[in-house]
Design a protein around this ligand. Sequence first.
Ligand code: PEP
Ligand code: MN
Length: 333
Amino acid sequence: MIVVLKHGVTEEKKAQLIAWLQALGLKIHISDGEFQTVLGLIGDTSNVDMDLVESLEIVDSVKRVTEPFKCCNRKFHPEDMVVEIGEVRIGGGNFVMIAGPCSVESEEQIVEVAKAVKAAGAQLLRGGAFKPRTSPYDFAGLKATGLEYLRIAREETGLPIVTELMNINDLPLFEDVDVIQVGARNMQNFDLLRELGRIDRPILLKRGLANTLKELLMSAEYIMASGNERVILCERGIRTFSDYTRNTLDLAAVPMLHQLTHLPVIVDPSHATGIAKLVPPMAMAATAGGADGLIIEVHNDPIHALCDGAQSLRPEDFSALAEKIRAIRGIVQ
Ligand code: PEP
Ligand code: MN
């Protein structure tokens, strides 16, 4: 249930109403917007007398929220959420480009790619140190050493780093990671999500290979209900019967999610297509479709990449794409 307060309500009256609702055993999510305050009621609202609440002098309207996701529901928080990562802002009209290799392979590789993507206009550096691989025999990342190389690349370029955490036991190693990524395969690792809800760090939550939007939002809800509101959603393609692409990029997810939630929504055209040539057109389409950002794999030597070379752009191709993305942003903004 949400309770919309009238404009200009005093803090005292607002606090009285909140205390009364809390006494009914409810958790109250307060969204103080420029024009209105919305109280989101979480818990069993069946014994809240809607008519009584609506009749209060300070209340504008009361609505039932039927969706199972509450904290990430736009009804609870009508204004776009802006996630801040140092000086970088994402959401609410702020667009970001995240770029870097699938995996961190060496200090030289990550530093070289970081410098190149920064020069092209990327605001955040991606790179996997812990890699979820389909085959147990494939390169699974440099782990702690990979994180060390990411830190060096951050020092050299000033780009904040985005990297995937697969196992909650590794969290101590991620203490200074700027954005923690939850990969598609872990989207419904509920214990991991709950733990990430207890830390104060932005979480990049990727949509699972075969998950609905509601399931994605319920996963965001796990993180937010545990206390961490800074969640960025990522559409990265889903499994369908498409035969020539790695996945199917569900672009309609972007405007649909924007309708359902106030969280920023970015698109990963690299994992969505699996083919470097398809990355620029899909990145442009996602930008035109209103995405709040892109996460793109870039490698300085894609042919010899230890992971996902076929979908990785060369730095010069990323640079050309970034220019087009800026032009599209100029139109859709
Ligand atoms: C990645 O971004 O490196 C990755 C493994 O992506 P996903 O979880 O979307 O497959
Ligand atoms: Mn990859």
